[in-house]
Design a protein around this ligand. Sequence first.
Ligand SMILES: [Zn+2]
Ligand SMILES: [Zn+2]
Length: 425
Amino acid sequence: MKQQSRDRSTNATANIQFPTVPCKRSETKKMKALEYIGKKKVRLTEVPRVILTDPKDAIVRITATTICGSDLHLYHGLFPEVYKHDILGHEAIGIVEEVNTGVTKFKKGDRVALSCIFACGECQYCQREEYSLCDNTNSSKKEESFYGHRTSGIPGYSHLMGGYEGFQAEYARVPIADMNLIPLSDNISVENAILLSDVANTAWHGNDIASVGDGDIVGIWGAGPVGLVAAFFSAYRGASRVIVIDNDNFRLNLAKKNVEGVETINFKEEDVTKTLQKLVPGGLTVGIECVGFRFPKDVSHKIQQLLKLETDDSGIIDEIFTNVCKHARVALLGDYLSYCNSFPIGMLHAKSLQLFAGQNFAQKYQHHLAKLMETGEIDLSWIFTHRLPFSDTAKAYAMFDKHQDNMVKVRLDVSLETPQQKTVI
Ligand SMILES: [Zn+2]
Ligand SMILES: [Zn+2]
């Protein structure tokens, strides 16, 4: 077996040539893009079009995009380093409009999905397929000062994550395009394809880092798009039981309709721990958290966050640790930012729990998942509850934020894929 070095000290960061941020803009051509204006204020506006900037860049004409649950952290003004006029969005598909001289795998006219993780493909982390830990795509000194190291760039997701222009726009610039575009066959539906940017990879990642397989009893906290797809993948990978926990009956029913044999718990209607102890007396073998920092579990944590005594909340983690068996695997997929009080470190230690976390290793999974979609082995389009024109994007943010009209995932049609395609609604 190939011996992998565990030494992380060899990568000198001083001479890294990061992709240029911001990218160049056209002096003559315009594009519509969704800009962050301020807390709960986003606006579709006309801005100079993004153009090729670095040799490995591609420009993609976006055909469809969507809003991610994590975009709402920015929408609420709770994510650091998001500035007025930043273009948001990190999930989209489109048609390659133009490639620069350093792009070898794509050409004008190719149908592609855009990765939410920007990876260089060459650094030691990329070599190990830990793409969201890429050394070379995020120049944020602030992230380094927060965490000791920088992680990968994420488009449209704050200057902490690299300051890249986002994908909720008519055109997007993709740096190191050979790594950060996914080729799409015509057999993959628009809805499935959009999920190759982030949601499908993130949901798969949670199952992968927690090694979900035959016979596992998996608890999924949170029935947003990632939680729903994570439940689907747990069942797909052979879990004997999958239990989804949320307070939204529409979303829990969506899980019941689309994930065979799934069990659900509405935490507003029943006590999660009491119910789980009845359902699974021995404890879950895996817990997957798909919620994130923005939803404090009880009043005490709400107050602590308001007083800035903590930025994040350990309430759900506490509940997961309580309900998994000893030596269980726990994956944190939701976004966490900084620090929280009352972290149940004693339980982690006493029960010998195995804790995994982090952003998805997108490029590690995308081709495999695209194949499963292409052959019809999996179909995740059921998580899309709405389809709206791009002009309604700002309205869609407000709807998605409030679960209005039971919105779970929205397809936003930006432009036509081909002249033959039916008109955008
Ligand atoms: Zn996302
Ligand atoms: Zn890299």
